[in-house]
Design a protein around this ligand. Structure first.
Ligand code: ASP
Length: 344
C-alpha cells in the first residue's frame, strides 16, 4: 500500500505540465517508512508573470508559503489530523500580509474587508463556513468552530460574528486587515469605477485567496479555503470560498479540493465537487478530473483561476488557467514551492 501511494504521487508529479516550468524550489527529502501523508497549498491565482514582483517580494511570498507548508506537514508527520494540518497552514497564510485572506484582504466597493472561509472533513463530510465577517482575525478557525460546535454549516455577517464572540474567537478591529498595497488597489478601482462603473476590477487582477488540502496517516482528507474575496466586490457579495462544493470540498472516497479564482464561475460550476465527482463516479485520476474542470469547463465559461487537489491515494494536481498560481506541495518525497506557470 505504501508503495502504491508513492507511485501514485510520482505519477501525478510526472504527469503535471506545470512542474516543468513552475518549480522554484524542490528538495528531495528522505522517503518516510510510515504511510504517506501530503499537503498541498495555494495562495491565489492570477496574472502572475516573472518580473511582476521584486526579488524581495517574491522571497517574502515564498517564505510564507514555505512556513505554511511546513507547519501543515509537521502536523501530519506527527500523526496529526488532516483537518489540523489544513487549519495550521491556512492560519499562517491568513496572518501573512501578502495574501488576500485575513490580514492583507482586499477591500470591498465600500472600502471595507469582508472575509469568507470554509473547511471540510473528508472522513465525515462535516463542513463549516463563514461569509462576510469583518472582525474575526482567523476566519478559517471560525469556520472550523462552526463545523464542530454548531448544528449549522454556514454563518454570515453579524450572526457569524455573534457566534465568534460566543465561542471566544480572536476578534480584531477592522484596521487590522489594512495593508497599503490593497488600499492602493481599492483606490485605483474606485477611480476606474467613476469613469466606467463596469470597469472597476483591476485589469491585472490577482486574486490571492489561500487554501490547503491534506491527507493524514489515517487516510483522512481535509480541505479549507479563506479569502477576502475580490477587489471592489459589492458589499454583501459572497464568493465561492465559503461555498461547500464550489471553493472547498473533501471526501475520503475521492479527493479534497481548494479553489481560487473568479468565484462566480466556481459557484456556477460547483468546481470542487465536480472534480471529486469525476474521480468518484467517472473513474478519472485526480489530475484528469482537475484538468477537465479547469481547462475545459472553466475555460468554456470564460472563468479564470485554479485548484489544488489531493486524492485519497495521495495523487495531487494543481492546474490553473491563469499565468500563475502561488502554490506548494509537501509529501514524504517532495517539497516544492512555485509561483509562475508554463505560459510565462
Ligand atoms: N475565489 C475568491 C472569490 O471569488 C477570490 C480568489 O480566489 O482570490 O471570492
Amino acid at each position: 500500500m505504501i508503495k502504491a501511494k508513492a507511485i501514485a504521487l510520482s505519477r501525478a508529479a510526472a504527469g503535471c505540465a506545470w512542474l516543468a516550468a513552475g518549480i522554484a524550489a524542490a528538495d528531495q527529502l528522505p522517503a518516510p517508512d510510515a504511510p504517506p501523508v501530503a499537503i498541498v497549498i495555494h495562495g491565489g491565482a492570477g496574472a502572475l508573470a516573472p518580473g511582476r514582483y521584486s526579488p524581495e517580494e517574491e522571497a517574502a511570498f515564498k517564505q510564507s508559503l514555505r512556513e505554511a507548508l511546513d507547519a501543515g506537514y509537521a502536523v501530519l508527520e506527527k500523526g496529526g489530523a488532516a483537518l489540523d494540518a489544513v487549519e495550521a497552514a491556512i492560519v499562517i497564510l491568513e496572518d501573512a500580509p501578502h495574501f488576500n485572506a485575513g490580514k492583507g484582504a482586499v477591500f470591498t466597493s465600500e472600502g471595507k474587508n469582508e472575509l469568507d472561509a470554509s473547511i471540510m472533513d473528508g472522513a465525515t463530510l462535516n463542513a463549516g463556513a463563514v461569509a462576510g465577517v469583518t472582525a474575526v482575525k482567523n476566519p478559517i478557525r471560525l469556520a472550523r468552530d462552526v463545523m464542530e460546535n454548531s448544528e449549522h454549516v454556514m454563518f454570515a455577517g453579524s450572526g457569524a460574528e455573534a457566534f465568534a464572540r460566543e465561542r471566544g474567537s480572536e476578534m480584531v478591529t477592522p484596521d487590522y486587515f489594512y495593508t497599503e498595497r490593497r488600499w492602493r488597489a481599492y483606490e485605483e478601482a474606485l477611480e476606474r469605477s467613476k469613469e466606467d462603473k463596469d470597469a472597476a476590477a483591476p485589469a491585472d487582477f490577482k486574486f490571492g485567496t489561500v487554501g490547503a488540502v491534506a491527507l493524514d496517516r489515517n487516510g483522512d482528507l481535509a480541505a479549507g479555503t479563506s479569502t477576502g474575496g475580490m477587489t471592489f466586490k459589492r458589499y454583501g457579495r459572497v464568493g465561492d470560498a465559503p461555498v461547500v462544493g464550489a471553493g472547498t470540498f473533501a471526501d475520503n472516497k475521492s479527493c479534497a479540493v481548494s479553489a481560487t479564482g473568479h468565484g462566480e464561475y466556481f459557484i456556477r460550476l460547483t468546481i470542487a465537487r465536480d472534480i471529486c465527482a469525476q474521480v468518484e463516479y467517472g473513474g478519472k485520476t485526480v489530475a484528469e478530473a482537475a484538468d477537465d474542470v479547469i481547462h475545459n469547463r472553466l475555460d468554456a465559461l470564460g472563468g479564470t483561476g485554479g485548484v489544488v487537489v489531493l486524492g485519497a491515494d495521495g495523487e495531487y494536481a494543481m492546474p490553473f488557467n491563469t499565468l500563475g498560481m502561488f502554490r506548494g506541495v509537501r509529501t514524504g518525497a517532495t517539497r516544492m514551492i512555485a509561483i509562475y506557470g508554463d505560459d510565462d
